[in-house]
Design a protein around this ligand. Structure first.
Ligand code: ZN
Ligand code: ZN
Length: 221
């Protein structure tokens, strides 16, 4: 089940205001025949995207860090307020120590999450050689990818969409840029959808930007 999130024009990436057509390019995502006769199948194109260094990816990660920071502060204040109100905590020496311990714990978790938005690794190419679904509490997709140079790696995703999206034989590239980590498929012509490389929102292959976060989609020619 996906919740519809429309905040940006999927054609030009401009922020939308209200349920209206885009004021920049005129595209109306709410119109029944927004895409006219264009088919989603094939619209993803073939070849590696030239959008991987777009500054919008850095913008998305920077916003994410801000949200993590804000969320942590609100959460810590709420916990402390709750403990004070229920009389579980007093503002004496012991109480202050408890407050410091709770705050440091959450700040450490937040810092770890923030560092995760800046990780940079090696970029590599490979081929999907096998895949399967793991049926547990949550359905998981396992993708086994043989790197062009080096070993096989198993990628696990907590959904079944990744299982459906990647096929055995697909040539893929792992982007490991400071602001972008995505497993791009070389040939996107067989799919009607594209994953947003920033927020993983499922987009129409005819789109150029993610309507949920405004990041460029990785498409071929
Ligand atoms: Zn637009
Ligand atoms: Zn997105």
């Amino acid at each position: 089940m996906t919740i519809q999130k429309t905040f940006y024009c999927p054609q030009c990436g401009t922020r939308l205001s209200g349920k209206k057509a885009c004021r920049n390019c005129g595209f109306d995502v709410y119109s029944e025949d927004a895409y006219g006769n264009t088919s989603a199948l094939g619209a993803g194109g073939v070849g590696w995207s030239d959008k991987v260094d777009d500054p919008r990816f850095a913008g998305y990660q920077s916003n994410k860090r801000k949200y993590i920071g804000l969320f942590t502060v609100v959460l810590v204040l709420a916990i402390i307020a709750f403990l004070l109100l229920t009389d579980d905590l007093r503002l004496d020496g012991e109480g202050i120590t408890v407050i410091i311990v709770i705050s440091s714990m959450f700040i450490l978790i937040a810092l770890y999450a923030m560092l995760g938005t800046k990780r940079k690794g090696k970029e590599w190419m490979g081929k999907v050689v096998d895949k399967h679904l793991e049926d547990g509490k949550v359905l998981r997709s396992h993708l086994i990818i043989q790197a062009e140079k080096g070993s096989r790696q198993t990628f696990v995703f907590d959904d079944r969409i990744h299982y459906d999206y990647y096929a055995v034989g697909d040539v893929v590239k792992q982007h490991n840029k400071p602001h972008l980590r995505a497993l791009e498929k070389y040939d996107k012509r067989k799919d009607e959808v594209l994953f947003c490389p920033s927020c993983a929102y499922l987009c129409d292959a005819r789109d150029h930007y993610c309507q949920a976060c405004g990041s460029p989609l990785l498409k071929g020619k």
